[in-house]
Design a protein around this ligand. Structure first.
Ligand SMILES: [Cu+2]
Length: 96
């Protein structure tokens, strides 16, 4: 993915894009989450059973921008609010 900021839309009930591949800069990745839906969502980053980033709630129609330290590798991402993961809010994050 080109650009300095990884932009991810939070929708009812999916991430767009679902899967993200990004090159870290100095071990960091800058994210911008845009919740365009009418429910709160989050973007929790997991490595196996470990929570790498808890993913604070992003309220309906709100944005959140944050820079995260992420080691290269493959991560799972979910929205862990309510039953959103089962509804389809999950994807992959690959950091190079
Ligand atoms: Cu959600």
């Amino acid at each position: 993915m080109a650009g300095d900021v990884v932009e991810i839309e939070l929708k009812d009930y999916e991430f767009a894009p679902v899967d993200v591949k990004v090159k870290a800069k100095n071990g960091e990745v800058r994210f911008l989450w845009k919740n365009t839906s009418t429910h709160a969502h989050n973007y929790r980053i997991l490595k196996g059973d470990q929570i790498v980033y808890p993913g604070p709630k992003v309220g309906a129609k709100k944005k959140r921008e944050e820079t995260l330290k992420l080691a290269p590798g493959e991560y799972e991402v979910i929205c862990n609010l309510s039953d959103h993961e089962e509804r389809g809010m999950k994807g992959k994050l690959i950091v190079e």
